[in-house]
Design a binder for this molecule. Structure first.
Ligand SMILES: Nc1ncnc2c1ncn2[C@@H]1O[C@H](COP(=O)(O)OP(=O)(O)O)[C@@H](O)[C@H]1O
Ligand SMILES: [Mg+2]
Length: 282
């Protein structure tokens, strides 16, 4: 009965690999994902691709469904319909544990950090390392410091500092470091710069680019178009629960993103991003 695990030396469809045209199978693909809450239809048959080594910006006005979509991928919500493909294979994400075991980590809008705990405690919350029956503080401190250093987070004075004493940007950095410490393959950030000043925003955007350079798939929710055009390789735009455009950042300009967000279409020349075959005048 274990035939589905047989290696398929001759098959070309089993293993995710670059398809014709050099486009690799996305790490995560959503197909036809719908979700309602009572009378509210939050998502209508949404398709989304999140490739490794690329930043996908998820844009949309308030209430467009960005957070619901993120939480569906994170296993907090269950889709009513549709399919989730991970490395090209159908998977079920029933709860946050399923998401974590695939390698999906989420940094939420309302940062889920415990103010009274220090940085190390936060990064290992719920996944503490033990040495015998006691916490292995040395090992956890080492791993936390190493992860922060690898992300070039240098402004934190002490990793034993309570999170309440950190600036907004530093808190984001700790939340991102926490997410990447667990061998994640996909990191989703919901409005990571919404509450930040200019310098802190810069730091978080740099972090996002570092995650991408490490080969992770990154999804960033933002309605700050400066941030979007600074870090995104791809843009996906939700409007009233529908995916109205999704393509390489090159297919958009600021005005067309705004058009899609507000009206669901654009008449601008670089647009027509969903019409893949349309020639683009350069
Ligand atoms: N838990 C919930 N129960 C009922 N309605 C919800 C829930 N979460 C989100 N919604 C609704 O789904 C829609 C999309 O919300 P959301 O994904 O939070 O939008 P945003 O794009 O601003 O993140 C909104 O109409 C919102 O009111
Ligand atoms: Mg939201």
């Amino acid at each position: 009965m274990a035939t589905d695990s047989l290696p398929s030396s001759s098959s070309t469809t089993e293993v995710p690999r670059p398809a014709a045209g050099g486009v690799a199978t996305p790490l995560l693909s959503l197909r036809g994902i719908s979700k309602h809450f009572g009378a509210v239809q939050a998502l209508y048959a949404v398709d989304l691709d999140l490739p490794s080594g690329q930043v996908t910006a998820l844009c949309g006005d308030n209430g467009a469904g960005k957070s619901v979509l993120t939480k569906t991928i994170a296993g907090i919500h269950q889709a009513d319909e549709g399919e989730i493909l991970w490395e090209g294979r159908p998977v079920q994400i029933r709860n946050p544990g399923d998401a974590a075991s695939l390698g999906i980590e989420t940094v939420y809008q309302d940062l889920a950090l415990a103010d009274n705990l220090d940085i190390v405690q936060n990064m290992f919350l719920g996944r503490e390392r033990l040495k015998g029956l006691v916490l292995d503080d040395g090992s956890m401190e080492g791993a936390a410091a190493e992860t922060l250093a690898s992300l070039h987070v240098t402004t934190v004075r002490s990793i034993r500092q309570p999170v309440a004493t950190l600036s907004g940007g530093q808190r984001q950095a700790v939340a991102v470091a926490k997410a990447v410490m667990w061998n994640s393959k996909l990191v989703m950030l919901d409005e990571p710069t919404a509450a930040l000043g200019v310098a802190q925003t810069r730091m978080v955007l740099d972090l996002v680019l570092r995650l991408k350079d490490r080969g992770l798939a990154v999804m960033v929710i933002s309605h700050n178009l400066n941030d979007v055009f600074e870090v995104a390789d791809r843009i996906a735009i939700l409007r009233l629960g529908r995916m109205v455009a999704q393509d390489s950042v090159k297919a958009f300009d600021r005005q067309s993103v705004v058009d899609y967000m507000t009206t669901g279409s654009t008449s601008r020349a670089p647009g027509a991003p969903t019409a893949a075959a349309a020639p683009r005048p350069d």
